[in-house]
Design a protein around this ligand. Structure first.
Ligand code: HH2
Length: 269
């Protein structure tokens, strides 16, 4: 899953793709590099980020989705939003997946997904982007995240979202210390007990900077390590800024593990 942030303030690429044409060109480049899904976001969720109204979010993401569709984009398009009004418009424009980092905090979101026949990513977050990094604490972070995601999954299914269209995400960096993030990635396999595929979003995140001492644009090496281990522990979708490098790292890791014949061309699998 390649990230296309159409925001002025995302933590690693804020302002780079605010112009719809630049965002569409970037998305197409990520697809050419091997992205199977593009995640289009119009609101930053970095710690302390300002909230954005639905109208503004729609104004940011819909032209990008329309532009990608118009360009014959072959990847699935996901909209990174927690607002049903935004999901509705994005699905109408051609998106087929909703990535909701608040796991259905908007009570109209499940219905929007059902109406739009959309896949749904449910992510764990402790608190809100404004408060989540204020001393987060857990007895057992993996246990708590698993229980939360299990409950969110049940709730979504009760609301009519087909279970087979739901993905789960531990929410790396969302109300977690470095140790919590490391433990979640190392024990990712335990989340697979919930029976749904796992999305992992570690790309360029702060815990990598804390370990390596690197600024946000210099965290590719650390990101690749997190992705390769995450995939080995069972993540089936990796949300990344640097698609080509993620794809290459996975290709080599899977060839070593024997889970993929390296002679086969890479692509949707
Ligand atoms: N992380 C971010 C945003 N959306 N969605 C899922 N499912 N999982 C994640 O880990 C995740 C996410 C934060 O990263 P980014 O989009 O690069 O930054 P920002 O929120 O500042 O736009």
């Amino acid at each position: 899953m390649g990230i296309v942030n159409v925001t002025p303030d995302s933590f690693s690429d804020g302002g780079e793709f605010l112009d719809p044409e630049a965002a569409v060109a970037h998305g197409l480049e990520l697809v050419a590099e091997g992205a199977d899904v593009l995640d289009i976001g119009g609101e930053s969720t970095r710690p302390g980020a300002a909230e954005v109204g639905a109208e503004e979010e729609i104004r940011r993401v819909v032209p990008v989705i329309e532009g990608l569709m118009g360009a014959g984009c072959e990847a699935m398009i996901s909209v990174d939003t927690s607002k049903a009004a935004v999901a509705d418009k994005a699905l109408g424009a051609g998106a087929t997946m909703v990535n909701d980092v608040t796991a259905l905090s908007d009570e109209r979101m499940a219905a929007a997904c059902v109406r739009g026949d959309a896949s749904l990513v449910l992510m764990h977050m402790k608190g809100t982007p404004r408060t989540m990094q204020d001393n987060p604490s857990y007895d057992d972070v993996v246990d708590e995240v698993r229980r939360f995601l299990g409950g969110a999954l049940e709730h979504a299914v009760r609301e009519g979202v087909p279970e087979e269209m739901i993905w789960l995400d531990p929410g790396i960096g969302f109300g977690k210390t470095v140790e919590h993030n490391l433990e979640l990635i190392d024990r990712l396999g335990e989340l697979r007990e919930l029976g749904r595929p796992i999305v992992l979003g570690a790309s360029r995140k702060r815990f990598i900077g804390e370990i390596t001492g690197r600024e946000v644009g210099e965290r590719l090496g650390g990101t690749l390590a997190a992705n390769v281990i995450g995939a080995a522990r069972g993540a089936e979708m990796l949300r990344v800024h640097d698609v080509r490098e993620a794809r290459e790292a996975l290709d080599v890791a899977e060839a070593i593990a024997g889970t993929r014949d390296w002679r086969e061309p890479a692509g949707l699998r």
